[in-house]
Design a protein around this ligand. Structure first.
Ligand code: SF4
Length: 353
């Protein structure tokens, strides 16, 4: 049995779990190919133009799975709420409905619902609904498979916290490999930058235009929301004085708040999709607090027409500015120290004379 999983949206958060879970049950997860220009144009063609870029891309991945991979069934879960009273964006919640209505092909769909704000829609019901259509209804077996899923997800989280890139960590999970990045492997960079966005924007190189590699070439170390622990994220919410309603805020305001007061971080870059409602509210708050904390901020918005040249120019200008700012701060503190030493020497000489 081959289950098709589109390489988009929730894939970037939960694929390690699904991989461990399905593989343990003898079901082979099949991924769509990495995003290309064709994925974007195929997906854009079947939804209304106002749809945000990640959803257009997701539709392109669905088409790739149906047209090019020999799958038996498509797996499109609906993640309504990931914790009591914390909800996902309506487009994430309605993904299966959207796919069913816009993809004009013959396909079988498994569409379990996870809704932690509802009494009977918890994780085990969700997992049961994920495999019951395939004839697996033994609850003990499903529980054991979920353990295998958590094992993969926990390893994945540990790799992310060590600073590893998310795509590298997923590759390792698929290969059954596990390793964390050690301090010795980390080199010194001219500037440190926090890049704030959702996983499906940041780690899809077509959307983020390979922002991590570009910053690396500019000698800037990039820090992402995925590198933070739950406790650090919670600290971030309090910095930005925000209460959680949208699950997406985990990735945005929590990380932005944490990095805002981290003296190791020289500046923050936010990356959002044109037409994203939740992000527009969060960016407004992040911008207000960046002014308050005097933290340089660059807001980048992308859609399917964004050109790479303009993107690079803005990154170069931003990292240049951060470097100049850093140098000025160092020079100021050195001259202050030098001035204080000089004054001390003068007063010592006067006392002697
Ligand atoms: S949070 Fe924004 S980018 Fe993500 S699915 Fe919703 S509208 Fe699209």
């Amino acid at each position: 049995m081959k289950i098709g999983i589109p390489r988009g949206m929730n894939y970037y958060n939960y694929y390690p779990f699904w991989h461990g879970f399905f593989t343990w049950l003898g079901i082979e997860p099949v991924l769509s190919a990495k995003t290309t220009k064709k994925t974007i144009s195929d997906g854009s063609r079947i939804v209304v133009p106002e749809t945000c870029l990640p959803v257009k891309i997701y539709m392109g991945h669905v088409l790739d799975l149906i047209d090019n991979k020999k799958i038996d069934v498509l797996y499109i879960p609906s993640h309504q709420s990931i914790a009591p009273k914390i909800y996902n964006c309506s487009k994430i919640r309605g993904l299966p409905d959207l796919v069913r209505n816009v993809v004009k092909r013959n396909f079988l769909l498994i569409e379990p619902t996870l809704d932690k704000s509802e009494k009977n829609q918890g994780l085990y019901q969700y997992l049961y609904d994920s495999v019951a259509p395939l004839g697996i209804t033994d609850k003990k077996l499903i529980k054991k498979a979920s353990k295998a899923g958590w094992e993969c997800q926990n390893k994945f989280n540990a790799m992310l916290r060590s600073g590893m890139n998310l795509n590298d960590a997923i590759d390792k999970i698929i290969k059954g490999d596990f390793s964390v990045e050690t301090q010795e492997e980390k080199k010194k960079y001219s500037v440190n930058v926090a890049v704030i966005s959702h996983g499906y924007n940041l780690y899809d190189n077509r959307v983020s235009m390979g922002i991590f590699d570009k910053l690396e070439k500019l000698d800037a170390k990039a820090y992402a929301p995925e590198n933070l622990s739950v406790e650090q994220m919670e600290k971030g919410y309090s910095v930005l004085d925000t209460t959680l309603y949208w699950a997406n805020e985990n990735e945005m305001t929590g990380a932005a708040g944490y990095y805002m007061v981290d003296n190791n971080i020289d500046g923050i870059i936010t990356l959002t999709s044109f037409g994203c409602g939740p992000d527009s509210i969060m960016i407004e708050r992040i911008t207000r607090f960046a002014r308050r904390y005097n933290k340089p901020l660059l807001n980048l918005t992308v859609d399917e027409h964004t050109g790479e040249a303009g993107f690079i120019t803005r990154l170069e200008a931003f990292t240049d500015m951060l470097l100049r700012r850093k140098r000025e701060t160092i020079i100021k503190s050195l001259s202050k120290q030098f001035g204080e030493q000089k004054e001390q020497k003068l007063s010592q000489n006067q006392t002697v004379s």
